[in-house]
Design a binder for this molecule. Structure first.
Ligand code: CO8
Length: 260
């Protein structure tokens, strides 16, 4: 299979998937989302000998700086909810993968990037990593599962604060709150991820798949939150504030929100 925005590097039983949009800080445009859906939905399930996947972003400035804001300006009325629904479906493919997926985070993991990292089974952060859900700066909310998964990882109080302020966590704070599994010096992220996956690869692959399935079941007791997020996301993408927020980002100026 071929991918426009992903680079696959195979090394023994492991595949490293690089999101390759360095100039846009690896922002998730629709092509990249399609590539991720193709890899995790169609390609990976047929590779029986794969024992782990590392997901990271090209360069050292960002894992992923969010959904591609430049694509937002052409959204039509129904697009917001549909994009959120489709994006959640892609991230469910990752979360439900039978082989472990480890996110390696260097630099920014913001918005959809933080949501992508949270859909992976584990996260290794470099010491300069930054995490956040800054969607409110654009007049929208997280739409790729962030309102649900951030609470699962760090608890409701801090998740609420982060999603309302758009503030970022540094790597140590993210570790202390339980968002990441390990923080390592810059340049050692990949080695740590490989070390982790090599250890897991010595265990029974079927058992690892069932660990993932069972852990995911813990969070399926109420999927209404995800549906609610889709509805809310659809609503905010219809607002004037959102148009203003996206335009202000592109024009590199502060947004002038009116609450409409
Ligand atoms: N989308 C598109 N382009 C981006 C994005 C993005 N999310 N982030 C950065 N870029 C681009 C910049 O526009 C810039 O491009 P150019 O050189 O052509 O102007 C390039 O990447 C480098 O960025 P900066 O010059 O801004 O780099 P800085 O080091 O000054 O700042 C930041 C880095 C802080 C990461 C800054 O770029 C930033 O704030 N980015 C936006 C972060 C953000 O708001 N992310 C959330 C987006 S919304 C989202 O993810 C919603 C998810 C759910 C979507 C549901 C379906 C629609």
């Amino acid at each position: 299979m071929s991918y426009q925005n992903l680079i696959l590097t195979e090394e023994g039983p492991f595949i490293t998937v690089t999101i390759n949009r360095e100039k846009a800080l690896n922002a998730l445009n629709q092509q990249t989302m399609s590539d991720l859906a193709q890899f995790f939905g169609e390609d990976l399930p047929h590779r029986e000998n794969v024992r782990g996947v590392i997901l990271h972003g090209a360069g050292d400035r960002a894992f992923v700086a969010g959904a591609d804001i430049k694509e937002f300006t052409s959204l039509t009325d129904d697009d917001g909810a549909n994009m959120a629904r489709r994006g959640q479906a892609v991230f469910f493919l990752i979360e439900r993968s039978k082989v472990p997926v480890v996110a390696v985070i260097q630099g920014f993991a913001l918005g959809g990037g933080c949501e992508l990292a949270m859909a992976c089974h584990m996260r290794i952060a470099g010491e300069k990593a930054r995490f956040g859900q800054p969607e409110v700066n654009l007049g929208i909310i997280p739409g790729y599962g962030g309102t649900q998964r951030l609470i699962q990882y760090i608890g409701k109080s801090k998740a609420t604060e982060l999603m309302m302020t758009g503030d970022m966590l540094n790597a140590e704070e993210a570790y202390r709150l339980g968002l990441v599994n390990h923080v390592v010096p810059q340049g050692e992220e990949m080695a740590k991820a490989k070390e982790l996956l090599e250890k897991i690869a010595t265990k029974g692959p079927k058992a690892i798949g069932k660990v993932i399935e069972s852990i995911n079941a813990y969070y399926q007791y109420d999927q209404d939150g995800f549906a609610k997020e889709v509805d809310c996301f659809g609503e905010v993408t219809l607002s004037e504030d959102f148009k203003e927020g996206a335009q202000a980002f592109i024009e590199k100026r502060p947004a002038n929100f009116t609450g409409k």
